[in-house]
Design a protein around this ligand. Structure first.
Ligand code: SF4
Ligand code: SF4
Length: 161
């Protein structure tokens, strides 16, 4: 991990806490049993997010984390490594994404809450499916769209198989 990544990831956590992804796929050769023994809930070759190994904003099994986690580098980290943005700019993007997540969480709470063990996207879809047409529903849909647009534009990268 680069020093920039070491500094930025502990301020972020979004690729582990269910904000960016719903599942992570194990890669060929990885042992579901061994990862399960470390506390990951592996089912049919994937484990769900929010990740059970995340403690605060840190991975509690960092040295033994799955391959997919080792290889993942979000767009912010890539841009810092390429020198197209500074670390401060990346941190500002992380802060803005967190602001949008907090806004969405507050709206979900207002709508009656949702299962925090599911990914944020899954929680939004579930609540939206049940919420009657209202200002709250509209606000929730807009907040979800705004966060998803930012995650796609500034954080997610094409997934490995
Ligand atoms: S989304 Fe990027 S900055 Fe955030 S924890 Fe993941 S790799 Fe680190
Ligand atoms: S194993 Fe660690 S790096 Fe991988 S998703 Fe879980 S907390 Fe994140």
């Amino acid at each position: 991990m680069s020093t920039a990544a070491a500094r930025l990831c502990v301020e972020c956590g979004m690729c582990c806490n269910g904000v960016m992804f719903s599942i992570v796929k194990l890669q060929p050769g990885e042992s579901a049993k061994a990862l399960g023994a470390l506390g990951l809930k592996v089912k049919r070759g994937t484990f769900a997010q929010p990740c059970t190994a995340l403690e605060g904003l840190r991975c509690s099994i960092y040295a033994q984390r799955p391959t997919r986690c080792r290889l993942f580098e979000c767009q912010q980290l890539k841009r810092v490594a390429e020198g197209t943005i500074t670390e401060a700019t990346a941190l500002a993007a992380i802060r803005e994404a967190h602001r949008r997540v907090a806004e969405l969480e507050a709206l979900l709470e207002k709508a009656g809450g949702s299962n925090p063990r599911k990914s944020l996207f899954h929680r939004c879809i579930t609540v939206l499916a049940e919420l009657p047409t209202s200002e709250l529903r509209e606000d929730l849909a807009k907040a979800m769209e705004s966060l998803e647009a930012m995650l796609d534009a500034d954080f997610r990268v094409a997934q490995l198989a």
